[in-house]
Design a protein around this ligand. Sequence first.
Ligand code: F6R
Length: 610
Amino acid sequence: MCGIVGYVGKRNAAEILIDGLKRLEYRGYDSAGLALKTDKGLLILKEVGKVADLERMLQDRAPVSNQGIGHTRWATHGGVTLANAHPHKDGSGRFAIVHNGIIENFMDLKEELERDGVVFISETDTEAIVHLIARFYSETGDILATLVALQKKLRGSFALAMIQQDFPDRIYCVRKGSPLVIGSGNGESFCASDVPAFLPYTRNIQYLDEGDIAEISLQGIKIWDENGEPSEKPVVTVDWDVTMTEKSGFSHYMLKEIHEQGMVLRSTLKGRTADGRISIDQELGWDAETVSRWDKIHIVACGTSYYASLVAERVLEKWTDFDIKVDVASEYRYRHIRCDSSTLAIFVSQSGETADTIAAQRKARSEGAHCMAITNVRGSTLAREVHSVMLLKAGPEIGVAATKTFTGQMAALFLVALQLGRLRGTLSPEEEERLINEFLQIPYKVELLLEREQEIRGLAMNYADKSNFLFIGRGISFPIALEGALKLKEISYIHAEAYAAGEMKHGPIALLEPEVPVVAVIPRDGLYEKTLSNIQEAKARNAPLIAICTEGDTHIAKYVQAVVEIPWTDEEFTPFLTVVPLQFLAFHIALLKGKEIDQPRNLAKSVTVE
Ligand code: F6R
């Protein structure tokens, strides 16, 4: 959590840093601040609240400076106060830093520094870092030696950017456990937690490895490893462009991202199938011999990415012959699930920076599993640590609630399932071709559904005043019920629970009454009749019912108050369609309730702490 950004160049640093922080605000929005280098020393400007509040404060005050660092905070150590807002300075005021991550030995360090007479003015762990930097620098007089020594002293995860009053035109950065990327432009250099921060200015990126130290300056970029040895990092040109980080006429990022789902599916599928066959052999580097070594698949993720994994579990069960386990990363990492060289472990993470998912991957890898990442962020920690990667082609997702990346993750997992089915011989060529032909139709079917937004808005108006919702589904629709409930609760703050429809009788049915709407995900599939019985049970308890069903289902209207029809598709592909009305429903209910949809309270998009 937290976003950091740094700039050295010829332009107005305050403007560039504020713009960068706005693009990183999905990482946290408790407070924001800048440190600018001026002729009179370092100027620190901070504000509790959003980056826009900091920007307002700056309007009449920001001096012209060409070098600075900035931060947007998601509070961990210490409350949401001005004193705890970053940047933090050392006692002399010559060093200032911004930090993303957590210092685990912070209390010991603080005690040690206080014994030496250092006075802390905030409750943050970050302040200990800046005091240590000042101490090591006064001992060594060498900034590289200081940052090497600093890493040896700190335990935990950190991405740091540091500015020093007397250093000409340069910023130093350190990356260990938290994301940090470097950008180089023409006579200007950038660092940030994520690429969108400086996408308007450069697409030339260098990804730092664990322990790397970087100097970004007017002259360019220098990188060293954690021992202070020079390190070469290739410059990668990213294929994201700045329009992808803008709202493009939509009122919210989330709405824009819902509407991008047809395009995301099309680009995720592009070039990965050919003539009715799956074509990702080279991308994954697997052949029949490789996959014959595995008999188990573990899929591990958090939140929405976990629900995409649950959908994939059902498809893998059908198309392949593996023993499959799916778990949330925060549980998996502490369980004793058998994992060895016969395991393919797939880690699904939009950001590639989720702390629990990364830790789970490290555990599976240490036990001998072949580890694969499905992620939207090239160069992310997860992508760099695994044996195989499949990148989503979703473009940056800025709304905190995941939508288009959920769809992209399901698509990527389906491609992997098709590939495994083919290589294991569990899918016949005819079946593979039939599935791929239908898969290629899904982007069009999603786009047909997207045109029905106003219909779902009407539905939202009827239900926005309810305080509790129940979502139900069976089989492949159960994870969609979970995702629908998560979307509603995280952006509208309405209590919503999801159950496998067959579980209703085992407890949740007690909640049903006329004030508790039940959203049933009931496409025409093998479990249709079973879910219909559960709908009847809910109707008998006078719960209002909304059904997400397949077009032409005239039967269901007898039992429910409202229906949203999806285009017909094979059972396996229904999740790509049934989720869309649920995303719209959550969005429009939250809008009617006046909530901050793109930045819901207490959440951050990238959960980089355990
Ligand atoms: C919900 C949401 C979260 C994330 C979860 C995992 O809308 O976005 O539940 O899915 O925090 O994040 P990643 O996929 O980045 O690992």
